[in-house]
Design a protein around this ligand. Structure first.
Ligand SMILES: [Zn+2]
Length: 374
């Protein structure tokens, strides 16, 4: 009896250690996760079939995953709703034809109120499952030795305390104060402002996103990078769908253009890995984004805890959403855009789990919409 008891304790602690201890080292933002497996061959085949299907006769892709003492049966269909119909991917000023049929959404077979979103690439799934018991995340990681590990975790198993350290918060405040002093002048003559007069209920905000080389390198290929971005947008929309933001209700974001830098560009000022966040934002803002209401740069840089910065939204052309390309204050001859922001996907050298990136992006977009800094 006693030995049986010890065996159980040993097994439990072994399991905890395999999961928990790994979590400490490999995935420092997760306090717990479970590795999972599913029928990849079937998923690969189903995805191929779904890809060939027409929009009218879409086929369903099913995935069965066991984790957290529960069977998750996902029923998915192609979903490109976070991209505009004329969505295009640009690389080096050239449009690259890309099929984004690997992005899916759906429900759990036994839970009608659930919502699943994610991507199927090479027979692997990554994404999120919103259930009545909270949101679960499924991800995979390709190791350098060629093995791939799939795992699941619950939103409550993310260590949020790492997001809230005082040091990085204070540093972010400083960056914002600096940016406030750097603001562009509104060009009085071009004030055909519709920004605040526009009915912001049920409004779609079109975005141009840029993914720099460091972001691209983290995800290794176009499909992976785009699938991450689809997840960001889906989650940001879910967050904004629930809030009444200064009278802006049900605002919805869609990506119109995605610029991806796939190779190092030694001649590009943004290429250096040693540019501070405010400088990176200034460089990103030196382009004209009048064709969209917001433009964000996604990067993978260690900014001492600062996860993003954006020009804060103000009345008129003084920053934030829908600001037009105009002259820079105190720097005659310089022009730029204030409907911009940047977000990094790492903190203190560690990659953030998607949920923390979603929160960061939603938070920065909040500043673009006029949310005060603090
Ligand atoms: Zn903030």
């Amino acid at each position: 009896m006693l030995s049986a008891h010890y065996a159980v304790v040993f097994l439990i602690s072994l399991r905890l250690c395999l999961l928990g201890c790994n979590g400490d080292k490999i995935r420092p933002f997760l306090t717990y996760y479970e590795t999972v497996s599913y029928n990849r061959d079937q998923l690969f085949k189903d995805h191929q079939r779904s890809k060939r299907a027409t929009n009218q006769v879409q086929s369903t892709v099913q995935i069965e995953i066991f984790g957290y003492n529960r069977n998750f049966e996902l029923m998915l269909r192609r979903d490109r709703s976070v991209f505009t119909d004329d969505f295009k991917v640009m690389s080096d000023d050239t449009s690259i034809p890309i099929d984004i049929s690997f992005v899916y959404s759906g429900i759990l077979k036994d839970e009608g109120e659930s919502f699943c979103h994610g991507s199927v690439i090479d027979g692997y799934f990554h994404g999120s499952i919103q259930t009545r018991n909270g949101t679960f995340y499924i991800e995979y990681e390709k190791h350098d030795n060629g093995t791939v590990e799939s795992y699941i975790y619950h939103e409550k198993d993310i260590d949020y305390s790492l997001m809230k350290d005082v040091k990085s918060f204070e540093l972010s405040l400083k960056k914002y104060e600096f940016l406030e002093r750097m603001k562009w002048n509104s060009k009085e003559e071009s004030v055909t402002r519709t920004k605040r007069s526009v009915d912001m209920s049920r409004t779609t905000c079109l975005m141009q996103l840029k993914a720099d080389y460091l972001f691209f390198k983290r995800f290794r290929n176009l499909q992976e990078a785009i699938s991450q971005i689809a997840g960001y947008m889906r989650s940001v929309n879910a967050i904004y769908d629930q809030v009444n933001f200064n009278g802006i209700k049900h605002i919805n974001f869609k990506v119109k253009v995605l610029n991806i830098i796939q190779e190092k560009q030694p001649d590009n000022a943004m290429n250096s890995a040693y540019i501070g966040p405010e400088k990176l934002l200034m460089l990103h803002s030196s382009y004209n984004y009048n064709n969209v209401c917001l433009s964000y740069l996604l990067t993978n840089r260690d900014y001492n805890g600062v996860l993003g910065v954006a020009w804060t939204g103000k009345e008129g052309n003084n920053g934030g959403i829908c600001s037009m390309f105009s002259k820079l204050k105190d720097a005659p001859g310089t022009e730029g855009s204030l409907n911009t922001g940047i977000v990094t996907i790492q903190k203190y050298g560690q990659y953030l789990p998607p949920r923390l990136i979603h929160i960061t992006l939603a938070h920065e977009i909040g500043h673009s919409l006029g949310s005060p800094v603090r």
